[in-house]
Design a binder for this molecule. Structure first.
Ligand SMILES: Cc1cc2nc3c(=O)[nH]c(=O)nc-3n(C[C@H](O)[C@H](O)[C@H](O)COP(=O)(O)OP(=O)(O)OC[C@H]3O[C@@H](n4cnc5c(N)ncnc54)[C@H](O)[C@@H]3O)c2cc1C
Length: 470
């Protein structure tokens, strides 16, 4: 029997349940469909990643004598066409959990089954699927800790699956060239992405280095953006180049009981939680879960000056600007800095969190509808298990605490690198002679803060007080 394996965000051969099941039934035809109707909210950096991840997947399939078939068009029609051309009797895929994609997949499954095709979907992208983690009353979770406890009670994740023996179809169907998908930018802004990342399953084996080198200290190092203390697996996980089960198994092998492992697994838990919340609240990327925030008095920024300053890393708050420039250059930002930069946008600049969500969506290589939306609603204080709105990060204190030597700022805001470390987080407070010695002319080499921290903090609290009683 020939089975089509429809690759989506599971761009790997190892621990791929759909692929394993298809290979057990006989020959396999791997296919990727660029579906213009899919509302998968992919931004520019994600499309760049996808292009290279597909090339890497095709190369690994090639080593097993198979080739990735690339097609463009609505999923159902395209699958029907390839079934017709190849005589395939089955279709398998690994499930995704974004609500619009669930709707599409349901429709595709039903229509193909009605036509007599043997269709199956599999669990591969999460440890436990969103509908399997339930409260005692049978409802979904809005708070992380009980969610995580309930998920852990469902048992240890299954062991990852090995790459199966693969056999291709007798005649290979035609394929569009990868370039025809138009995923790469027309204006080449991707130099920094190329320098920072190698997409693909092989590169996702950075997991092995991470568990030996950084996992034992993860719980202490993870908050310091100048240290390579986190795994940087997020884009690899988003595109399914490594599975959460593989991540889990690697931590069990390296250091099952260590504090680094416990802290790291909790973050994998936040990823599960984000998918759980999005599944149960499809409005998550657009609407605040706390309905009071629908009437929040955001600041008017008619010329978009504040938003532009934030996006371009020119707010005058060095830790924020460093993060925004890291994002623009590499497509990634350290989690601590995502929280601080997000807080400045939503609280001190008082601009809607959705603007930050969109910017991150377009610029992050790990942009994920669930984790990005959950992250922004957390920062804005309106989401599931969110930071309370009145907890407003002070970017100077955050910089001093989590970038104590100013190394992160020096790397991404080089115009401040010659300042003594203590002054790098608040250059406007440095004495004139210190600035002169470092060659920093405020408002020429580096901007003054776009808002007064104390006043804007108070204005944010006042705005919050206005919706609190609603
Ligand atoms: C405003 C904001 C937006 C965010 N947008 C995204 C996004 O689009 N995509 C994304 O994957 N993460 C997002 N995060 C979560 C987090 O910042 C990144 O997952 C993390 O920085 C990725 O780096 P890492 O792989 O080195 O993480 P590690 O610390 O090594 O963590 C391991 C893995 O756990 C998961 N993870 C860690 N923290 C979180 C979290 N808070 N929520 C959900 N999953 C988590 C990721 O898959 C990550 O790769 C966002 C956080 C904030 C505050």
């Amino acid at each position: 029997m020939l089975t089509l394996v429809w690759f989506r965000r599971d761009l790997r051969l190892a621990d791929n349940p759909a692929l394993v099941a298809a290979a057990r039934d006989g020959a396999v035809c791997p296919i990727y469909i660029h579906d213009p109707e899919a509302k998968d909210r992919q931004g520019g950096a994600g499309r760049w990643w996808l292009h290279h991840a597909l090339a890497a997947l095709d190369a690994s399939l090639g080593r097993h004598g198979l080739a990735l078939i690339i097609r463009r068009g609505p999923a159902l029609e395209t699958l029907r066409g390839v079934i017709h051309e190849t005589g395939a009797e089955g279709v398998r895929w690994n499930r995704l959990y974004d609500p619009p994609l669930i709707r599409r997949d349901r429709h595709v499954k039903q229509a193909l089954r009605d036509a007599g095709v043997d269709v199956h979907s599999h669990k591969a992208d999460l440890l436990h699927e969103p509908w399997t983690v339930r409260t005692g009353q049978g409802s979904d979770y809005r708070v992380f800790t009980p969610f995580w406890r309930a998920l852990r009670r469902l048992g240890e994740p299954e062991a990852p699956l090995a790459v199966p023996d693969l056999q291709g179809p007798l005649a290979r169907p035609w394929s569009e060239p990868l370039g025809a998908l138009g995923l790469l930018p027309r204006i080449p802004w991707d130099t920094g992405l190329r320098e920072a990342w190698t997409p693909g399953e092989e590169a996702a084996r950075r997991l092995d280095r991470f568990v030996t080198d950084a996992l034992p200290r993860y719980h202490t190092d993870r908050d310091y953006p100048a240290i390579p203390g986190t795994s940087r697996l997020s884009p690899h996980l988003h595109f399914g180049e490594v599975s959460p089960r593989q991540v889990w198994a690697a931590t069990t092998e390296a250091d099952p009981e260590g504090p680094g492992t416990a802290a790291f697994r909790t973050e994998i838990g936040w990823r599960e939680f984000a998918h759980h919340v999005l599944f149960h609240h499809p409005e998550l990327p657009d609407e605040p879960l706390d309905r009071r925030f629908r009437g929040f008095p955001w600041r008017a920024d008619p010329a978009g000056e504040l938003l532009t300053a934030w996006r371009s890393g020119c707010t005058g708050f060095p830790i924020v600007d460093a993060g925004m420039r890291e994002l623009r250059t590499t497509g990634w930002m350290h989690n601590r800095v995502r929280m601080v930069a997000g807080s400045l946008l939503v609280k001190n600049l008082r601009l809607p969190w959705q603007l930050g969500e969109r910017w991150f969506r377009d610029n992050l290589v790990d942009a994920d509808p669930a984790s990005n939306a959950l992250g922004w609603q957390w920062v804005a204080g309106c989401g599931a298990d969110a930071a309370p709105y009145f907890r407003i990060f002070n970017p100077i204190r955050q910089g001093e605490r989590f970038d104590p030597d100013g190394d992160y700022v020096a790397r991404w805001v080089p115009e401040l690198a010659a300042l003594p470390p203590r002054q790098r987080h608040a250059p406007w407070e440095a004495a004139a002679n210190v600035l002169a010695r470092a060659g920093v002319r405020l408002d020429r080499d580096y901007p003054s803060p776009v808002v007064d921290l104390r006043e804007s903090r108070q204005a944010a609290l006042d705005a919050f007080a206005r919706i609190k009683g609603d």
